[in-house]
Design a protein around this ligand. Structure first.
Ligand SMILES: C[S@@+](CC[C@H](N)C(=O)[O-])C[C@H]1O[C@@H](n2cnc3c(N)ncnc32)[C@H](O)[C@@H]1O
Length: 676
């Protein structure tokens, strides 16, 4: 079936290994504590006119820099341009949401600005100076047509006709898999909850599309989906239905999202970066869900909508939900609610380095029940004084550039200073762990080479052993009441880690995709997964000498994993040299990880491994970056669309961020190596 072929093409099998894993489908916005914001000295007023934006004059913006988002020309001189902007679905949504909601308010000093997706798309700007602590937006949730899965699925269940194949499937998915969210593995449910919301959006958008294009001769079928798509029409229109239905006025806002990249772009532009792993994960995850949903969506829509368009609608809905939905840790998640789409607040762009607004769920004291019911106000408050012309940006939550790209389709450019991550291979290729070196006598006798570390299948048990050793070392050390030697013995001051993102405190092992090495390319001509450890520190655009303590903490946090890896490698070598076939001993790895081995100081081999790994990563990133640029030069003559340009920024900024982290850490490891 054509549909299935299309889906299968986009499914690239990928596994996550290691500890805790990563939540692929993460929250788009920070959740809010349940306290009322500081009282603003400004009175909120309803806007007197329909707000419209204007197009910045500079055309050569990079998509990824928050500061580049801020250019704003506040008067629209070209009347046809002004008309276009008034016709834009975001402008229409803005005014229709306020018209529907007598209890929602927008500060008169803010305005929408409509820009092309390559310049960050729509945003909100200040048209006058606004002081700190001002509430600039206050939206009554029950009036502004927020979309969340629970409310919509609950209303469906109350509807007189419950014969909608898509809704029945989504209700089943929600009730079977998601209701008891608190039970176990809560993190893993995040992706599924997000998927159900995407399924609702795709179904309603397809229903709306059929409704708008229906005729007297082919009327659209009455039912819950049609009613809801009419009720939520303005909001659904602000999330375009399909890439091919975008117009000059309303460009598809997600051309940079990994779901819409070509296979070549994923393979070549992202080669060598961890963003490629994320892109494959997102595409594979969505591909699998699409395959599961195909029967129900085809039943409801294939009579009037092309299969390729249905598929695109689902992809668009995923991109919308990934990049616009609020993660709600305010308590509603725990009741099986949670992911929500809220108009207007979702026009705020992201700035992790210097955000100037934040949002809070605002209910009166003692009214917390309202949050469970999805009621109350979302209030957006200024964090500092905002100058006329500045764009209002919030921080979507700390995540490394590659992860931001996988949800939002852009990679932030470093402006001044921020926390960022890269990865370091646990077993760098330079160790020359090729089959003839490392294979055991038993494997040799069988004519096999099962310890060929160039083959991913052999990494699984080793990585698991490393992760288990690190876990065991934590226990050992807490029982023995020990801290980490490296930090304790160090002459350097220990960093105050209070602003270090908590995500960096756990060991995370991911797979990096590498081209097959020459030794095994003929037998296995597929990309290989190389296990890599995530490492993060604070990077700066100028000098980062004041961040040395953070770099030291970064190395310290990954050291136990590399001590365990060094112990595993040493055992493998020893076994090989002595013709021993016994497996490596996990307890030795744990003792190495905990740094309590009386005979060996594992810090030295571990730092050596880290150092080789960093050199290998820097080489890989630079080399693959050059290849990507050469490919770009070649294809530029054939296709140099704006969309491709935006994707190039994602690739370059993602690569730069990783390189910056590695360079900082390289110096720090050299320093520690000398000391040890
Ligand atoms: C919540 S929406 C914000 C409104 C959005 N600009 C629009 O046109 O609808 C998030 C999306 O805005 C864009 N975006 C947000 N912050 C950005 C930034 N700093 N640089 C580039 N694009 C950004 C990305 O396309 C992202 O997926």
């Amino acid at each position: 079936m054509k549909w299935l072929c299309y889906c299968v093409i986009s499914i690239i099998a990928n596994i996550k290994i290691g500890h805790g894993g990563i939540i692929i489908l993460c929250t788009a916005f920070n959740s809010a504590p349940l306290r009322a914001p500081h009282q603003s000295t400004f009175q909120l007023v309803r806007p007197r006119r329909i707000l419209h934006g204007s197009t910045p004059t500079a055309k050569s913006h990079s998509i990824a820099s928050p500061s580049s988002l801020m250019s704003h020309q506040s008067s629209v001189e070209d009347p046809s341009q002004a008309q276009k902007e008034c016709d834009h679905p975001h402008t229409r949504l803005w005014s229709s949401a306020l018209n529907k909601s007598p209890n929602s308010h927008v500060h008169p000093s803010i305005e929408l600005v409509i820009r092309p997706p390559s310049e960050g798309g729509t945003g909100i700007v200040a048209i006058n100076d606004i002081p700190a602590n001002t509430i600039v937006m206050s939206l009554r949730l029950e009036e502004v047509d927020m979309i969340d899965a629970t409310s919509i699925l609950d209303s469906y269940k109350l509807h007189s006709k419950q014969d909608d194949a898509v809704f029945n499937m989504l209700v089943e998915m929600w009730e079977k898999d998601l209701k008891p969210v608190k039970k176990s593995g809560e993190e893993t449910q995040e992706g599924k909850r997000l998927a159900v919301l995407a399924g609702i959006v795709a179904h309603l958008q397809l229903s709306r599309y059929k409704d708008l294009s229906s005729s007297v001769t082919s009327p659209v079928e009455e039912g819950f989906a049609l009613d809801e798509s009419r009720r939520l029409g303005a909001f659904l229109d602000a999330m375009p239905l399909l890439p091919q239905h975008s117009t000059e006025v309303n460009r598809h806002p997600f051309p940079t999202h990994f779901l819409f990249w070509t296979d070549d772009e994923i393979e070549i532009l992202l080669q060598g970066t961890i963003a490629q792993t994320k892109a494959r994960e997102v595409r594979a995850g969505v591909g699998l869900i699409v395959r599961e949903w195909s029967k129900s969506f085809l039943k409801e829509h294939s009579a009037t909508v092309l299969q390729a368009d249905i598929l695109n609608a689902i992809f668009s809905a995923f991109a919308s939900v990934l990049s616009r939905s609020f993660g709600d840790a305010a308590g509603r998640d725990l009741d099986g609610k949670g992911r929500m789409l809220v108009p207007m607040v979702d026009m705020l762009n992201h700035d992790s380095e210097n955000p100037n607004v934040s949002w809070k769920w605002h209910v009166g004291v003692g009214d917390e029940e309202m949050i469970v019911e999805g009621k109350g106000d979302i209030a957006v408050t200024t964090l500092r004084d905002i100058r006329k012309g500045e764009e209002l940006c919030k921080c979507y939550g700390w995540r490394p550039a590659w992860d931001i790209a996988s949800s939002y389709g852009f990679a932030p450019r470093l402006v001044k200073e921020r926390w960022e991550c890269s990865v370091i291979p646990l077993f760098p290729a330079i160790l020359d762990l090729a089959p003839d070196v490392i294979s055991t006598p038993i494997n040799n006798a069988r004519g096999g080479a099962s310890l060929d570390l160039l083959l991913e299948v052999n990494y699984g048990p080793l990585v698991q052993a490393v992760v288990a050793a690190v876990d065991a070392s934590v226990e050992i050390k807490s029982k023995m009441n020990l801290n980490d030697d490296l930090a304790n013995n160090s002459q350097m001051p220990i960093a105050n880690d209070s602003d270090r993102p908590h995500q960096l405190n756990r060991l995370e092992v991911l797979s990096l995709f590498r081209p097959p090495p020459p030794q095994t390319v003929d037998a296995y001509p597929f990309p290989r997964r190389q296990p890599v450890v995530v490492v993060g520190t604070k990077i700066a655009s100028d000098t980062d000498s004041h961040n040395l303590d953070y770099h030291r903490l970064a190395i310290k946090s990954i050291l136990p994993a590399f001590r365990a890896a060094a112990s595993a490698i040493s055992q493998l070598r020893h076994n090989h040299e002595n013709n021993i076939s016994s497996p490596i001993e996990a307890s030795k790895m744990a003792i190495a990880a905990a740094s309590i081995d009386r005979n060996t100081d594992w810090d030295i081999p571990a730092l050596c491994l880290i150092s080789h790994g960093i050199d290998e990563r820097i080489h890989t990133l630079l080399q693959d970056g050059k290849n990507a640029e050469m490919w770009l030069e070649k294809v530029a003559s054939i296709n140099s669309s704006e969309d491709r340009q935006s994707r190039v920024y994602v690739s370059r900024h993602g690569r730069d961020a990783e390189l910056r982290v590695l360079e900082c850490l390289r110096n720090e490891v050299a320093e520690l190596n000398v000391k040890s």
